[in-house]
Design a binder for this molecule. Structure first.
Ligand SMILES: [Fe+2]
Ligand SMILES: [Fe+2]
Length: 275
């Protein structure tokens, strides 16, 4: 399907966002919000490279392949474009393209086929964790914001990420049966990917966004201080119950076991994600 035809099937379009009504003066002074939005725009815009590897990995499965290239990739790229447009609207002096090029040079090295899980079912567990990460990220960002245009964008993106999670989860169920994937393998993938959430692409993106934002500033804040500030802002609102529910879902525990597991898992997740 051609890209224009794909765009017609999206739940929303960039043109639906009224960037002109942004409260620019209020947002310009918020370095923390800049970094959260800009770093997210980098990761979303990098979806093209990752999508290519993923589509290759599912060669022969037309249903997954078509959904990945006609919906998932197109939606992730639109997330990147919406966030980029917002950054450029509020901080027009920021050289997004150069900053993104720097980010991409480092990020592309991570996006190799070696990064994929050993089986399709396990890769789909990994994708569920990534979509859990994005869903909760945009939900939190939405909760800490008081600027209506950015709230609108983050809520639309959040809704897409929930749908991505649901799709990957239903494909996981299909492959889990085919591969007869046992729970210890699911746990191993969940664990590995959850631990990586903090260290991976989000951190690279944040580092490059900060480096370009404070370029040439005599009183540029230390990166560790910036990182602490944004994690504290997000940490206060992070929906840990949702993180845990979405992370545990691929284990398909019965209700009693799930209730029993939620508290200790939430404590671990808090340490891993909000350290
Ligand atoms: Fe996204
Ligand atoms: Fe997504």
């Amino acid at each position: 399907m051609h890209n224009d035809q794909c765009a017609a099937h999206l739940r929303w379009h960039l043109e639906d966002i009224d960037f002109s009504s942004t409260d620019t003066a209020r947002m310009r002074v918020r370095d923390d919000i800049f970094l959260l939005v800009c770093s997210a725009s980098f990761v979303e815009s990098g979806a093209e490279t990752y999508a290519h590897n993923l589509v290759d990995y599912f060669t022969g499965d037309t249903e997954v392949g078509e959904w990945l290239s006609e919906r998932w990739k197109v939606e992730e790229l639109q997330h990147g474009r919406a966030l980029k447009t917002y950054v450029q609207h509020v901080w027009p002096e920021f050289d997004w393209d150069s900053a993104y090029a720097d980010f991409f040079a480092e990020y592309a090295k991570l996006c190799t086929c070696d990064e994929l899980e050993p089986t399709r079912a396990q890769e789909l567990v990994a994708r569920c964790i990534v979509e859990m990460g994005t869903t909760t990220y945009y939900q939190t960002l939405n909760a800490v914001l008081d600027e209506p245009v950015l709230r609108d964008i983050t809520w639309r993106i959040r809704a897409d990420e929930v749908q991505h999670y649901k799709h990957f989860y239903s494909y996981f169920l299909k492959y889990q049966q085919q591969e007869n994937l046992r729970r210890p393998h699911v746990i191993a993938t969940l664990w590995r990917r959850a631990a990586e959430l903090r260290k991976g692409d989000a951190d690279i993106a944040l580092r490059h966004a900060a480096a370009w934002r404070f370029r040439g500033c005599r009183q540029a804040p230390a990166y560790a201080a910036i990182q602490k500030q944004v994690y504290e802002l997000m940490g206060a609102q992070y929906p840990m119950d949702m993180v845990v529910r979405m992370a545990l879902k691929p284990l398909q525990l019965n209700a009693r076991l799930q209730r029993w597991a939620e508290r200790p898992i939430a404590a671990v997740a808090r340490r891993v994600l909000l350290r």
